[in-house]
Design a protein around this ligand. Sequence first.
Ligand SMILES: CC(=O)[C@@H](O)[C@H](O)COP(=O)(O)O
Ligand SMILES: NCC(=O)COP(=O)(O)O
Length: 266
Amino acid sequence: MNPLMAPEAVYVGHATTALSVNINKVALLRNTRHLGIPSVLRAAEQVLQAGAQGITVHPRPDERHIRGTDVHELAAMLKRDWPAVEYNIEGNPLHNLMEFVRMVRPHQATFVPDTVGQFTSDHGWVLPADAAVLKPLIDECHALGVRVSLFMDPLPEAMALVRELGADRVELYTETYASAMGTPDEQAVRAQFAATARAALAAGLGVNAGHDLNRENLTPFLREVPGVAEVSIGHALIADALEMGYAQTTREYLRCIHAAQGPATA
Ligand SMILES: CC(=O)[C@@H](O)[C@H](O)COP(=O)(O)O
Ligand SMILES: NCC(=O)COP(=O)(O)O
């Protein structure tokens, strides 16, 4: 069986939170010349060799960073050399995401309600308003053997609606948490994410998280927010890798994840 077609079956689960590295920003730098460097395939290989458990891409319709060719080349490389690694493709299923899902059949498709040309993702789906358009696309992903995660704001009351739609996971949009770090709101915002994760788990959903997570905010987030199966991290991780290299940076983020399981230090 094509391992990319069996979402939960071949995914090597981890007792701890899995790190999926988003390599958009490697492609962004590559696209400023016609030389093919830095290589997104080489970036993926190096973070995986250092212990990352997944690769995330968010191919935007304008191809400002990840291009369609990258999506397919990564799929071929992961299938050939890293069959147990999770491939997560993010995007708007009403724009270009479904064409990739149909051809590549990644382990996971993360539906994100971005507009075409959007600067970066900045909000989750609105339920029940978006339910009617999402339902057939979720069903199609399932028929293709692809797990579906919905990008959502931290709203506990929305989690049961996500489950009713048939999605498998939510990805909690963490920018509001990242920007609250170090402010008087930090604890309350983190508590809101924890309450949302508890509601998601109670509804039978898996919980992912991402956007602006970094080495400072990751450990306190995972310490307090229960049951996070996966974090997808790109911008800060690739920025760190410019200074420390892919391997050391990946190990640092894995250390932040593991630190969340140990006792808190002052
Ligand atoms: C859904 C999400 O939060 C990320 O995929 C983020 O939007 C990355 O996209 P950019 O790298 O284009 O900012
Ligand atoms: N799903 C979030 C993601 O893939 C990376 O977001 P960011 O770390 O680039 O903000």
